[in-house]
Ligand binder design. Structure first.
Ligand SMILES: C[S@@+](CC[C@H](N)C(=O)[O-])C[C@H]1O[C@@H](n2cnc3c(N)ncnc32)[C@H](O)[C@@H]1O
Length: 300
C-alpha cells in the first residue's frame, strides 16, 4: 500500500539540500497540458469530467464523452468530444440527482462500448467517472468537496487529477489572490488525504508551472472525509499567509511526469478495469505499481 507515510520515509532518507536545479531553471519540465494529453493516451479513459474549464485548453484534450463544469467558462479553442457543458458551480452540479448521467451507457452502447462506461455486474445502471480533472475554485475547502463528490461517482480504477498542487511560494498559495499565477491553498489536499485517507494512492507530479496530483485507488463507499469535514476545515482553513511545507515548495516527493506516464501501471489499470477482476485484485496491483514508481523516480 502506498501511503504518504511511505513518502515521508523516502524523504527522510534523501540527502539535503536537494540536488535538483532551482525550479525556475527547469523550464524543460512537462507542462500540465502535455501531462494531461499523455494521461488521456495511457489511461485510455472512456469518459472525462472536468471541473473548471476557463478557456477550454484542458478540455480540448478530451476525445471521449465528457462533462465540463464551470460557472463562468469562456471557451476559445475547438472542442472535439461529445460534451455536456454545465454552467454551474461544482457544488450545484453535484447537488443534482444524477449529475454524471451523460456517462451512463444506453442499451445499444452496452454492446458496442463506445465512450460509455461498462456497467459493473452488481450495479448495471451506475454511471461512473474514468478520468477527472479538478481545477475549479482554488480554495482548499472547494477542492476537498470536489474530491469527495468526484469520488462518490468513481470506482477503484478511476483516475483523479488535481491541478496546482505544488505552489512555488506562499504568495502563490495565498487564499486571497494577489499574484498572476495562483494556486491558492489546495496543496493542503496532500497532507489531509495522507492523514484521513491512507488507503488512497497519492502521487504528486513535477509538472510546470505548479504541479499536479494524481489520486488512484479511490473508494466511492468511503465516508471518512464527509464525516470529518467540519473538523478538517477547522484545522486547515487558516488566513494568509499560508505555511507551505518545504517538501512541497521543493517538490521532494514529486515524481517526474515522464516516469509516471511510462509506468506499466496504466496498462495494468486498463487491463484489470476491463476484465472481470475484483476490486481487491485491481487495487492491490495498482498499489504495487505505484510504490515502484514513487520509490524509483522521485526528484530529490
Ligand atoms: C484555472 S481555471 C481552469 C483552467 C482549465 N482547466 C485549463 O487548464 O485550461 C479555473 C476555472 O474554475 C472556474 N471556477 C471557479 N469557481 C468554480 C466553482 N465553484 N466550480 C467550478 N468551477 C469554478 C473559474 O470560472 C475558472 O474558469
Amino acid at each position: 500500500m502506498l501511503r504518504v507515510s511511505f513518502l515521508r520515509r523516502i524523504r527522510r532518507r534523501a540527502a539535503a539540500p536537494p540536488t535538483v536545479p532551482a525550479l525556475e531553471d527547469r523550464d524543460d519540465r512537462m507542462t500540465r497540458y502535455e501531462f494531461l494529453r499523455e494521461l488521456h493516451r495511457v489511461a485510455v479513459p472512456r469518459n472525462y469530467l472536468e471541473i473548471g474549464v476557463n478557456d477550454g485548453r484542458s478540455l480540448a484534450l478530451s476525445r471521449v464523452r465528457s462533462i465540463a463544469v464551470d460557472p463562468a467558462f469562456k471557451i476559445t479553442v475547438p472542442i472535439r468530444c461529445d460534451l455536456d457543458l454545465v454552467k454551474a458551480t461544482s457544488d450545484d452540479f453535484f447537488a443534482q440527482p444524477d449529475p454524471v448521467a451523460h456517462f451512463r451507457a444506453s442499451p445499444d452502447q452496452l454492446e458496442g462500448q463506445d465512450g460509455a462506461r461498462r456497467p459493473s455486474d452488481d450495479d448495471p445502471g451506475r454511471a461512473c467517472i474514468d478520468l477527472a480533472f479538478i481545477d475549479g475554485m482554488h480554495l482548499f475547502e472547494f477542492a476537498l468537496r470536489d474530491f469527495m463528490n468526484v469520488e462518490r461517482h468513481s470506482d477503484w480504477s478511476s483516475v483523479i487529477v488535481f491541478d496546482d498542487m505544488l505552489p512555488r511560494n506562499a504568495d502563490e498559495a495565498a487564499r486571497d489572490r494577489h499574484t498572476r499565477n495562483w494556486t491558492g491553498d489546495v496543496f493542503k489536499m496532500v497532507p489531509v488525504l495522507a492523514r484521513y485517507r491512507p488507503d488512497l494512492i497519492v502521487i504528486p507530479v513535477d509538472t510546470q508551472p505548479t504541479g499536479v496530483l494524481v489520486v488512484l485507488g479511490v473508494d466511492p463507499e468511503s465516508t471518512v472525509l464527509r464525516e470529518r469535514y467540519e473538523e478538517i476545515l477547522a484545522e486547515w482553513v487558516v488566513s494568509d499567509p499560508q505555511q507551505v511545507p518545504r517538501e512541497i515548495i521543493e517538490r521532494r516527493a514529486a515524481v517526474a511526469p515522464e516516469g509516471l506516464l511510462a509506468a506499466e501501471l496504466w496498462a495494468d489499470l486498463v487491463r484489470v478495469r476491463d476484465s472481470a477482476a475484483t476490486d481487491i485484485q485491481g487495487r492491490d496491483l495498482l498499489r504495487q505499481r505505484a510504490v515502484a514508481i514513487v520509490s524509483g523516480d522521485r526528484r530529490t
